[in-house]
Write a protein of this length. Structure first.
Ligand code: 5GP
Length: 191
């Protein structure tokens, strides 16, 4: 997606540890015009697919999923990372390994909001090691619903996530794939 790549080149910042900061349009401040274009692009990519629900994880996935959902005309469910009194007792759980924190954490969705009849599209901001999406897949699998595909805004193609997910038979589509980050510069894949 050319508009997205342009924005990443103009406003993205490469930090130590191969982290791409996109705080001023995707992860903290939100560029709604760009998010609308991202939503339309996800719709175009998955236009022939039956999707009844979009699943994401709090916090960064919510804005992306909510804006995209307008073009799919389906509800969004976001997995919660913290236990809360507001969450039903009956939940589907997924385990996510965080490389940055060096530990596992759980994500949960109330059983009310995913049914086995659902066709689920997972959306998220980044695909790096694939752990967040694998955790969401665990939730979909536990519910008996159909996982149609996963869409990510940015895939860090030099990390293992894409390979791990595709080997687990998850269809993955990224709107921008990064091959490398060298001397503060982002190199995109031609894919
Ligand atoms: P995973 O390794 O599970 O694929 O990525 C987990 C999460 O870490 C992503 O959903 C994203 O929120 C965050 N993440 C991974 N790599 C980056 C990065 O380079 N920049 C930012 N801003 N977030 C990242």
């Amino acid at each position: 997606m050319e508009l997205l790549k342009k924005k990443i080149m103009e406003d993205g910042r490469v930090l130590e540890g191969n982290i791409l900061k996109v705080d001023n349009f995707l992860n903290h401040q939100l560029d709604i015009g760009l998010l609308n274009e991202i939503g339309k692009e996800f719709r175009r990519v998955f236009q022939d697919r039956k999707i009844t629900k979009i699943l994401t994880a709090e916090v960064s996935g919510i804005a992306i999923a909510a804006i995209a959902a307008q073009y799919f005309d389906v509800p969004v469910v976001f997995a919660r990372k913290t236990e809360s009194k507001n969450l039903d007792q009956e939940t589907y759980e997924g385990k996510v390994y965080s490389y940055t924190k060096g530990k596992h954490y759980k994500i949960r969705v109330s059983k009310r909001y995913i049914a086995k009849e659902d066709d689920i599209l997972i959306l998220d901001d980044f695909l790096a090691n694939g752990q967040a999406i694998l955790g969401l897949k665990e939730i979909v699998d536990a519910s008996g619903a159909n996982l149609v595909a996963a869409g990510v805004v940015i895939e860090k193609g030099f990390q293992e996530g894409g390979k791990i997910l595709r080997e687990a038979n998850v269809e993955v589509h990224a709107l921008a794939t990064i091959d490398a980050m060298i001397d503060g510069k982002v190199i995109f894949s031609d894919k």
